[in-house]
Write a protein that binds this ligand. Structure first.
Ligand code: UT7
Length: 332
């Protein structure tokens, strides 16, 4: 059986930087509150007419393909992870395929929110191992700034989420020493309503009403404390699951790249697992929570900064809406 290996990584974030102080002009919050509770200092907001989720994914993909020494024509499948697709349907995968000038190859969307990258990686890994594909482009992108309300009503979420995209190339390899060692994915729909965007949904006769707009029901909702409590349990659990599956221990791990949900969550996980601070890569300070794109953006920056070296054991881990969670171990 072939092994899957990540051979190229790239990211793209919109130009506009929005600081905490700028947000504080629109709502009752302070930069100190946001930094203390989340670690976030600034985030990016997309530019209408310039950035779409699929276009940002295509820009990130072009960098990832270049880094892999490939062109778009080498790709035989696209996987696109997002909770904020360009349209309700079709998904952003087919749109990105068109931007890249490709025809005929399959393009699928993954709807697993903050765990979208791990779920996508798991699908890519399975398709490569089965021999059905040789080169898969996994892109992740989000535009969330336009579904946040910059007001007191929306402040609990508006200060957290940001826009951005990243992509990786996953290829088949015969090299036994490198690549994706395993992926582990989970979900528990009991908690679906604890972090969601309910409307417009298909279960109402009228998907959007004036009342929904007036009542702010077209905004996402989050039970932040509950999400936090579950996250700090699931992260260590699923990281340990991945290590145990490969007969490894935390002492073998070089770098953890967690979903960038909240710096406090990442710091808790770091201490709980007994990792050194520099063994957990965080860039939430600059981008906020970019949901499906957060792990690959962080991975891309960690590589550019030389923080991940050849032979390193890297763990990706995520937790979020669904609830969904997962991990992956990679020998770089
Ligand atoms: O990607 C995965 C999904 N999301 C997460 O992982 C998020 C997990 N949860 C969290 O990160 C944290 O729960 C938050 C950062 C969302 C909130 O922090 P917290 O320490 O759990 O605060 P809280 O929700 O318990 O709220 C504390 C207070 C409340 O006021 P009262 O009731 O104590 O008077 C909130 O109304 O802070 C208030 N508050 C704010 N104050 C200033 C909520 N949002 C803000 C704000 N600025 N932006």
């Amino acid at each position: 059986m072939k092994r899957a290996r990540i051979t190229g990584v790239g990211h793209y974030v919109p130009e506009q930087v929005v600081t905490n102080d700028e947000l504080a002009q629109h709502m009752d919050t302070t930069s100190e509150w946001i930094i203390e509770r989340t670690g976030i200092r600034e985030r990016r907001f997309f530019k209408e007419g310039e950035d779409t989720v699929s276009k940002m994914g295509a820009r990130a993909s072009a960098i990832a393909l270049k880094n892999a020494g490939l062109t778009a024509g080498d790709v035989d499948m696209i996987i696109f992870a997002t909770l904020s697709p360009d349209y309700n349907f079709p998904g952003s995968g087919v749109l990105m395929q068109h931007h890249l000038g490709l025809k005929g190859i399959p393009a699928m969307d993954i709807r697993q929110q903050c765990s979208g990258f791990i779920y996508g990686l798991s699908v890519a890994d399975a398709y490569i191992k089965s021999g059905m594909c040789k080169t898969i482009l996994l892109a992740c992108g989000e535009i969330q700034s336009n579904v946040m309300e910059l007001s007191d009503r929306g402040r609990n979420m508006a200060v957290i989420f940001g826009d951005g995209a990243a992509a990786i190339v996953v290829q088949a390899t015969d090299d036994e020493t490198k690549g994706i060692l395993s992926t582990h994915i989970h979900s528990d729909g009991e908690f679906a309503q604890e972090l969601m965007l309910e409307h417009p949904g298909s279960n109402r006769k009228q998907r959007i009403t004036a009342e929904m707009i007036e009542n702010g029901e077209l905004l996402p909702t989050m039970n932040g404390r509950l999400v936090f409590k579950h996250a700090i349990v699931r992260f260590p659990e699923v990281i340990n699951e991945a290590l145990a599956h490969n007969n490894l221990t935390i002492a073998d791990l070089d770098m953890l790249i967690p979903h960038q949900a909240n710096l406090r969550i990442a710091e808790y996980v770091q201490q709980d697992l007994g990792l050194r601070k520099e063994q957990v890569y965080n860039n939430i300070q600059k981008y906020g929570n970019t949901t499906a794109a957060s792990i690959p953006i962080a991975f891309s920056e960690a590589l550019l900064e030389g923080k991940v070296k050849e032979g390193d054991l890297v763990c990706f881990a995520a937790f979020g809406s669904g609830f969904t969670w997962g991990s992956a171990l990679v020998r770089w």
